[in-house]
Design a protein around this ligand. Structure first.
Ligand code: SF4
Length: 345
């Protein structure tokens, strides 16, 4: 389980910039108390079926920025639904498990995941700025794979020794919760591995904590010899505020490739209009819609699952609405497969 008890990496003793102090303060001010969040959203406790037990299993964490995008006094708000610990999570549903995509079988003790040819994934953070109730890693034992020097060195040695690896994906948790100095150090070490071509970062931070999208971070990604690809995670057009858009445009201007992946979530974004609007708005900020993931069947998230026939109808509708380049690939991850699979109904 992702735990707010995991501290954000402080990095080596290099002075923090004002921008870094700013995003760490924004992170520290995230909502962690359900009643405080309800007050802020002008909702009454009885309007949502909150469960203490669900919250204990995967605690609440919502940045102020994300909370500000939730409509006030609307218990059905699609952004609220993504972060609310509700009693629906306690249902035991056949087919839903703690390890839905086989990460536990693929991850090495150093935090390196090598599932697919040519690329490896490094889990460098156990913390997130927001806790998404549908997260496929919500039960992952992060405490067994903590980021530390020794583990990173072990991973770097493994990468160096395998010439077929040309791309490293930084993941977590959220890799952008690493301090600037730690991230810089890691990027430098990766750039020294000659066969590597690309560095890819998977992060929900550009959507939920725009304070972290500093010029320093943009400089870092723009100046490494590796081609930088930032894959953001945005599920709904309401998640793209003016400030998010400005920061994304700035990153694009620095020549950083921007892609988006979304998760198809019942009651959140399972409508053609919503997904079409999301693709249009992403493209306005020069972010290419990349993947639309069918829900990974993780315990606690069954209430977000859609029927295959509904998914097929929805996707067909999206294809008729948008030009092909704005239609994200509909995929699902199957444990043990050599790549993501196209979702076929
Ligand atoms: S979906 Fe991403 S940001 Fe959300 S809890 Fe999971 S790893 Fe963290």
């Amino acid at each position: 389980m992702l735990s707010s008890a995991h501290s954000v990496d402080q990095g080596p003793i290099i002075p923090r910039s004002a921008a870094e102090v700013n995003w760490k303060q924004a992170l520290a001010s995230a909502f962690r108390d359900w009643h405080e969040l309800l007050d802020y959203l002008q909702l009454l406790p009885q309007q949502l079926d909150f469960s203490i037990k669900a919250e204990q299993q995967f605690n609440l964490r919502v940045t102020r920025h994300y909370a500000a995008q939730i409509r006030k006094a609307d218990p059905q708000d699609p952004l609220l639904r993504q972060i609310a610990p509700l009693s629906e999570e306690l249902q035991q549903v056949p087919g839903f498990s703690h390890n839905p995509v086989g990460d536990l079988e693929s991850v090495e003790s150093s935090g390196l995941l090598h599932k697919y040819h040519g690329r490896v994934l490094l889990m460098i953070s156990s913390a997130c700025a927001i806790h998404c109730r549908y997260c496929f890693r919500r039960h992952f034992p992060y405490h067994e794979h903590r980021y530390n020097e020794e583990r990173i060195q072990q991973s770097l040695n493994t990468i160096k020794a395998d010439n077929s690896i040309t791309e490293v994906i930084l993941s977590g948790g959220d890799p952008l919760l690493l301090s600037d100095s730690s991230l810089q150090e890691l990027l430098q070490k990766l750039a020294q591995i000659t066969q590597l071509k690309r560095i890819r970062i998977h992060s929900r931070i550009p959507v939920v904590l725009p304070e972290r999208m500093s010029d320093t971070l943009a400089d870092m990604l723009a100046s490494t010899r590796l081609q930088a690809v930032l894959v953001i995670h945005c599920n709904h057009p309401h998640e793209l505020s003016t400030v998010n858009r400005q920061r994304l445009l700035h990153y694009r201007q620095r020549n950083i490739t921007l892609l988006n992946q979304s998760v198809l979530l019942k009651g959140v974004n399972d409508r053609v209009d919503t997904l079409a609007q999301l693709s249009e708005q992403l493209f306005d900020c020069h972010v290419m819609p990349y993947y639309l993931h069918a829900l990974d069947k993780v315990s606690g998230a069954a209430h977000f699952d859609s029927q295959p026939a509904d998914i097929a109808r929805l996707y067909a509708g999206l294809q008729t609405r948008l030009p092909g380049y704005l239609v994200p690939k509909l995929v699902k991850e199957i444990a043990g497969e050599a790549s993501k699979s196209l979702y076929i109904t």
